[in-house]
Design a protein around this ligand. Structure first.
Ligand code: DC
Length: 228
C-alpha cells in the first residue's frame, strides 16, 4: 500500500451519529489530498427529494426508483436533481426521514452501487455506517469511531450544520433523538450499523478533533509501513 500511489487507498470510516466521522473524515481527506464521500448525505438528500416529491417514505419501491433516477452530487455541496440541499438536509425531520429510507434494502442496493463507483479508483475517504462491512469490505484501512451517548449528543447540539430547524436544541432533546436514531440504524434488518471485525476502534470521548485526526493518520502510516 502506498498513500501516494496513483490509485490511492480506500479508507472506510464508520460509526454512529455524533462520533465525529464527518469532521475527522474531511480532515483526513484534505491531508491526504483524497476525495471525501459522505454517504449519510446521500441518504439524506434522497429523503429530502422523496419528501419534496410527496412520496410515501415507507414505499420502498417508489423511493428506490427515485434513487435510481436522481442525480446526486456530494462534495462540498450536496445537490440532488439540481437542488442545493446542503443546509436543508441537516434538520430533525430529515434525520428521521433519512433513517427511514435507509432501512429499505432496495434503496440501499442503489446507493451502495453508486458509492462503490465513487470509490472504485481509490484515493477516497468514505464515511457511513456500512462502508467497512458492505460497501468496501476490502477497504485498505477501516476505522470505527465511537463516543459516549452523552458526548455525541453534546457535539450534535453544538453543531452549527445541524442547527437548521432547531432553536437552541437542548442537549436532552438531541440525546433522545440520537438514541431513537441509533436504535433504528442498529436494529434494521438491512446492513445495520456494525463494527467490521478488522476495523480499528477509536473511542473519541474526551478527545479533541486534532487528536483523533492525528491518531487516524498515524494508524494509516503504520499500516502502510507494515505492508510496504
Ligand atoms: O451519517 P448521517 O447521520 O448523515 O446518516 C443519515 C442516515 O443515513 C442515518 O439514519 C444513517 C443512514 N446511513 C446509512 O444507513 N448508511 C450509510 N452508509 C450512511 C448513513
Amino acid at each position: 500500500m502506498d498513500v501516494n500511489s496513483p490509485r490511492g487507498l480506500v479508507i472506510a470510516i464508520d460509526g454512529p451519529s455524533g462520533a465525529g466521522k464527518g469532521t475527522v473524515s474531511r480532515a483526513i481527506a484534505a491531508h491526504l489530498h483524497y476525495r471525501h464521500v459522505d454517504t449519510g448525505a446521500m441518504y439524506r438528500a434522497l429523503a429530502w427529494l422523496a419528501r419534496h416529491r410527496g412520496l410515501d417514505l415507507n414505499d420502498a419501491a417508489a423511493v428506490a426508483e427515485l434513487a435510481r433516477s436522481a442525480e446526486i452530487r456530494c462534495d462540498t455541496v450536496v445537490e440532488i436533481d439540481g437542488h442545493d440541499v446542503t443546509r436543508e438536509i441537516r434538520t430533525p425531520e430529515i434525520d428521521r426521514a433519512a433513517a427511514l429510507v435507509a432501512q429499505h434494502p432496495a434503496v440501499r442496493d442503489v446507493l451502495v452501487a453508486r458509492q462503490r463507483v465513487c470509490g472504485q479508483d481509490g484515493g477516497v475517504v468514505m464515511e457511513g455506517r456500512d462502508i467497512g462491512t458492505v460497501v468496501f469490505p476490502d477497504a485498505d484501512v477501516k476505522f470505527y469511531l465511537d463516543a459516549s451517548p452523552e458526548e455525541r449528543a453534546r457535539r450534535r447540539a453544538a453543531d452549527a450544520a445541524h442547527a437548521a430547524g432547531r432553536s437552541g436544541a437542548a442537549v436532552e432533546v438531541v440525546a433522545r433523538e440520537l438514541e431513537a436514531r441509533d436504535r433504528t440504524d442498529s436494529t434494521r434488518r438491512a446492513s445495520p450499523l456494525a463494527r467490521a471485525a478488522d476495523a480499528i476502534y477509536i473511542d473519541t470521548t474526551g478527545m479533541a478533533v486534532a487528536e483523533v485526526v492525528d491518531t487516524v493518520l498515524r494508524t494509516i502510516d503504520a499500516r502502510l509501513n507494515a505492508s510496504a
